[in-house]
Design a protein around this ligand. Structure first.
Ligand SMILES: [Fe+2]
Ligand SMILES: [Fe+2]
Length: 200
């Protein structure tokens, strides 16, 4: 796990956000659902840490930092509706399986917005976090992506590369940076901020 320059502040935001979510009894089911899959839970906490660090470094307002932190924590909640054997398949996915997995974005939006009544901006992060600025993302291939989602997308790709996966060992920070930098569809400014604020 890579540490952040503002690690204490990042953790304080995460704790506050989690406390606020848990204040609503209904949301306890949502957090239990997230924690029921230790890999998704670990990944989500990482994405939330990196996203929160970017939001702090961008000097966003406290309200915006919290919004980014919550959206990042719950960005993959839609994966809970995808069969585990597809999520954890160690070999290449078939076209059909890939199509099923891509739906975790819209499932996430529906869970957060319709089932749990989260703010639209938070649900949009779940819906659009695999969209790319060059239109090469999914689910819609849209290029008009809000800034909160762009933050989470950078943090998500960075986490995916630097975490252990069934199909790859964690990349070293420099290799992960090179891979993401070559990707034209993500916000390079937010990526620079994340790298600059990673302790290495
Ligand atoms: Fe995702
Ligand atoms: Fe993710």
């Amino acid at each position: 796990m890579l540490l952040m320059k503002d690690e204490d502040q990042v953790r304080a935001v995460q704790q506050l956000v989690l406390k606020n979510i848990m204040n609503n009894d209904k949301n306890k089911d949502l957090i239990s659902m997230l924690l029921s899959d230790s890999y998704v839970a670990y990944h989500s906490l990482n994405v939330s840490r990196y996203s929160t660090q970017i939001a702090i470094a961008l000097n966003l307002s406290e309200e915006e930092v919290n919004l980014v932190s919550i959206g990042a924590l719950l960005h993959d909640i839609g994966k809970m509706k995808i069969p585990r054997n597809i999520i954890y398949k160690p070999s290449a996915l078939t076209d059909d399986e890939y199509e099923i997995i891509q739906k975790h974005t819209v499932y996430g939006y529906e869970i957060l917005r319709n089932e749990y009544g989260f703010d639209e901006e938070i649900a949009i992060i779940a819906r659009d976090h695999h969209e790319k600025l060059n239109g090469n993302g999914y689910l819609d291939g849209k290029t008009n992506i809000d800034k909160y989602t762009q933050i989470v997308t950078v943090a998500d790709i960075f986490s995916a590369l630097t975490e252990q996966r069934p199909y790859h060992e964690p990349y070293k920070l420099r290799d992960a940076t090179n891979i993401i930098s070559a990707e034209t569809g993500v916000n390079s400014h937010f990526l620079d901020i994340l790298i600059q604020n990673t302790v290495h």
